[in-house]
Design a protein around this ligand. Structure first.
Ligand code: LP5
Ligand code: MN
Length: 252
């Protein structure tokens, strides 16, 4: 049983090489797996399922093809694409997950999330996150013409890029006590998330029991973005490996 995890691809029309890398990943590595979890920010941004751009159609069809081969596909929203909705999910064969999902891997509870909710030092972002999660605001936004929505998204993206330069590095990372609090709350031995673009396996300084009652060192896996190399987590039994591939394969 192999389970794969990816996040933070930030696919867009401006980065065709990322789309090619992802399509290749879906045709090769992913077909060998039993399940693929996409933990948010698959797209640079998402302004509604009705946009249906050629890129979105292409990704939707490739995911659906994988789904048809019997690979279970799960999607957890990121801060860029929190409005990916039921229509896209149905067409792509994705099961949408809540912001925090617990699954069982190798007899251990494992907490899945995008990771932005762990960056508590960035209070401006947490405020923005709370506001943009309001259902009525999303409902209103989705009723604006696509051109208007695109302009708003571009404006928020510009603000985000500029704003990030002024924020201390620590604000861009997770707050350890929030990691521990959530893992204890959900009885999780492992946590898997993205968002910070700092791929790593962190051994945490506390222990958690698995479903059989044996204790293990708690562990946090961080997925990377797909900027230059793409990172994915592959879990087979209790063997979890963070693997990388080049975005552009070398022509040997
Ligand atoms: O994404 P990234 O990694 O660059 O930065 C994030 C945080 N930024 C964001 C913004 C996204 O990049 C923008 C995505 C576009 C979404 C399109 C749909 C929008 C529709 C709204 C529907 C209701 O998430 C950044 C963090 C960083 O991660 C690290 O964690 O620092 O946070 C910010 O930049 C947010 C600012 O600090 C606060 C911005 C206030 C702007 C107020 C706008 C009010 C929104 C009104 C919406 C209509
Ligand atoms: Mn993110």
């Amino acid at each position: 049983m192999t389970t794969l995890f990816i996040s933070d691809l930030h696919l867009s029309e401006h980065r065709p090489e990322l789309t090619s890398a992802f399509l290749r990943f879906l045709r090769t590595t992913a077909t060998q797996a039993d399940a693929l979890y996409i933990l948010g920010d698959l797209f640079e941004f998402w302004i509604g399922d009705d946009e249906a751009s050629p890129l979105q159609r292409q990704i939707e069809q490739a995911l659906q093809a994988l789904h048809q081969q019997g690979i279970a596909l799960f999607y957890l929203h990121g801060n860029r694409d929190f409005m990916v909705g039921k229509t896209f999910a149905r067409h792509a064969g994705l099961t949408l997950l809540p912001p925090i999902q617990v699954i069982t891997l190798a007899g251990r509870r494992c907490l899945l999330l995008h990771g932005d909710e762990l960056c508590l030092l960035d209070q401006a972002y947490q405020r923005y996150r709370r506001i943009t999660s309001w259902r009525w605001l999303q409902w209103l936004f989705l009723r604006l013409p696509l051109s208007r929505r695109l302009k708003i998204a571009a404006k928020i993206r510009r603000g985000s890029k500029q704003g990030k330069q002024a924020k201390p590095a620590a604000w861009m990372d997770v707050v350890d006590h929030e990691v521990e609090r959530l893992m204890r709350q959900h009885g999780a031995v492992w946590m898997i998330h993205g968002h910070t673009h700092k791929p790593a396996r962190h051994a945490l300084g506390f222990q958690m029991p698995d479903l059989a009652g044996s204790t293990h060192n708690a562990c946090r896996f961080v997925l990377g973005d797909w900027e230059h190399v793409f990172t994915y987590l592959s879990v087979e039994g209790d063997n979890a490996r963070l693997l990388t591939d080049p975005v552009t394969p070398s022509v040997a």
